[in-house]
Design a protein around this ligand. Structure first.
Ligand SMILES: [Cu+2]
Length: 315
């Protein structure tokens, strides 16, 4: 579990002798530690001097329901050298208050209500922000819609998180990062070609599903400077929910453009009658060839636990 839930209230509406349970608002406590540590950024173990939430790129998956209150706490560990902060795109607060940076050794708490459903980037906003993002301080928060599943928002068989980022050859040179010089790799969930054994013989993981299953991808473009063109090679997006909100549904898409910091939920359903593979790419070739390719393997013996429950971000 990388998020904790504490149920505070369950509301019951009663009329005409019948009780109808309404969505229960919960308070969700989320605590993260800013950590400046070395992390692996490819499948053969190359280390990168990262700045992170909880020691990993991306940071922990935060998942709540529309209407929940998030009680967030950030610890900037006293072994760090830099100030850090947290900016949840799912929050409506004060940039100069809640999102303000804290120094090493300090702790900060703030609270917000998750009023809009969808998928959202979070990131450190401490100065210089482009360097903190390029170093790895980003992640995803999923706010599930309070209406739950319906014909318009069908229950998926599997769910996977894909967070794309850029890393730069000289992470100290923040002027170069700002100008997009030295863009050395595209990271998918923190590694180049993380789930692509076709282009990287060291890759040992792929996304898995059974033929015909509805696979839901929560995608965040956490790049510093470049938009992403998300396309499933040998497949079609059955539905795309812009910003992850079921009210923003588009059907039958080849490619979805995601601007920097944009996120979306994308459903794909593979042919039921045969095993197939798709490659989920940033069709911007400079990004794909730097590592933004993910294989989705649809096979009858797919791991029954993959893409279920808390197992949606494969490390
Ligand atoms: Cu930071």
């Amino acid at each position: 579990m990388n998020y904790k839930k504490m149920v505070l209230a369950v509301s019951m509406g009663c009329a005409f002798g019948a009780c109808i349970q309404t969505a229960s608002a919960e308070t969700v406590k989320v605590k993260m530690h800013a950590k400046e540590v070395m992390v692996e950024i490819d499948n053969k173990g190359t280390k990168f001097p990262a700045w992170t939430f909880d020691g990993r790129i991306p940071g922990p998956v935060v998942r709540v329901k529309e209407g929940d209150t998030v009680e967030f706490e950030l610890v900037n560990e006293n072994t760090n050298k830099n100030s850090h902060s947290m900016d949840f795109h799912a929050a409506q607060v004060d940039v100069l208050n809640e999102f303000a940076p804290i120094k090493p050794g300090e702790t900060k708490k703030f609270t917000f209500d998750a009023k809009y459903p969808g998928v959202w980037m979070y990131h450190c906003g401490a100065d210089p922000m482009h360097q903190h993002i390029a170093r790895g301080m980003y992640g995803i928060i999923i706010v599930d819609p309070k209406e739950g599943y319906s014909d318009k928002f069908p229950k998926p068989d599997r769910e996977y998180v894909l967070v794309q980022g850029q890393y730069y050859s000289d992470p100290e040179d923040h002027h170069a990062i700002m100008e997009d010089r030295g863009y050395a790799g595209s990271l998918i969930n923190g590694k180049m070609f993380h789930y692509d054994p076709v282009h990287d013989q060291n890759a040992s993981q792929v996304l898995e599903a059974k033929p015909g299953e509805r696979v839901r991808i929560f995608y965040v473009n956490a790049n510093v400077n470049r938009p992403a063109a998300i396309h499933p090679i040998a497949g079609i997006w059955d539905r795309v929910y812009l910003n992850g909100n079921p009210k923003n549904t588009i059907y039958g898409m080849a490619t979805l453009q995601l601007g920097v910091s944009e996120a979306a939920t994308l459903d794909i359903v593979s042919p039921k009658d045969r095993p197939t593979n798709q490659a989920i790419v940033d069709h911007t070739m400079g990004a794909a060839m730097r590592g933004a390719i993910t294989v989705l393997m649809n096979k009858p013996d797919a791991d029954p636990a993959a893409g279920k429950g808390d197992n949606i971000l494969i490390r």
